[in-house]
Design a protein around this ligand. Structure first.
Ligand SMILES: [Zn+2]
Length: 172
């Protein structure tokens, strides 16, 4: 017969997994790899049972592929690693709010939870412009945890674009 529980389980803070930040640090490390290659610094990791299954960063320039976004590549590699396209037990961490294409890929992958860093007010498909991953008309929805290490993720992108546009004319 089961008795009362005496083990001291820490209360999860408002549904946020305490390991979210540590996994986002891995995604940030991937984003920094992208930056070194002159790619827009966005990184992603797919995690299952606390283990990183796949990691990727943006490779759009390198592959000349408009769809080579970090999270889409990470999902594809996670599927290969598991031998199935169904990523039901997995969590995706990405430094920037996924675009509409990637949000579609997230729905197709049946991923359990999406954790992202910075918002993308110009192209975000999970909150900013659309809410693809939580649209009840689609056959799958995932839990979403936004804003994890959002400042760090956003600063990396801001610095990248500022470096490329150092002199902005105020007027002619
Ligand atoms: Zn995308």
């Amino acid at each position: 017969m089961a008795g009362p529980k005496h083990d001291q389980q820490p209360e999860p803070a408002s549904g946020d997994d305490p390991s979210d930040e540590s996994m986002m640090l891995h995604a940030l490390a991937m984003a920094r790899e992208a930056e070194k290659m002159g790619e827009v610094p966005v990184g992603a990791v797919v995690v299952r049972s606390g283990r990183i299954l796949a990691q990727a960063h943006n490779l759009r320039e390198t592959l000349s592929d408009p769809t080579a976004h970090a999270e889409r590549l990470a999902l594809a590699w996670a599927g290969r690693s598991l031998g199935t396209w169904r990523l039901e037990d997995c969590v995706l961490y990405v430094t920037l709010e996924p675009c509409v294409m990637c949000a579609g890929a997230i729905v197709l992958s049946r991923i359990k939870r999406l954790v992202y860093g910075a918002l993308d007010p110009k192209a975000g498909g999970c909150q900013s412009l659309y809410s693809v991953v939580s649209d009840p008309r689609l056959n799958h929805r995932c839990q979403v945890t936004p804003g994890v290490l959002a400042v760090e993720c956003g600063e990396l992108l801001k610095a990248f674009f500022q470096e490329r546009r150092p002199f902005r004319k105020v007027s002619d």
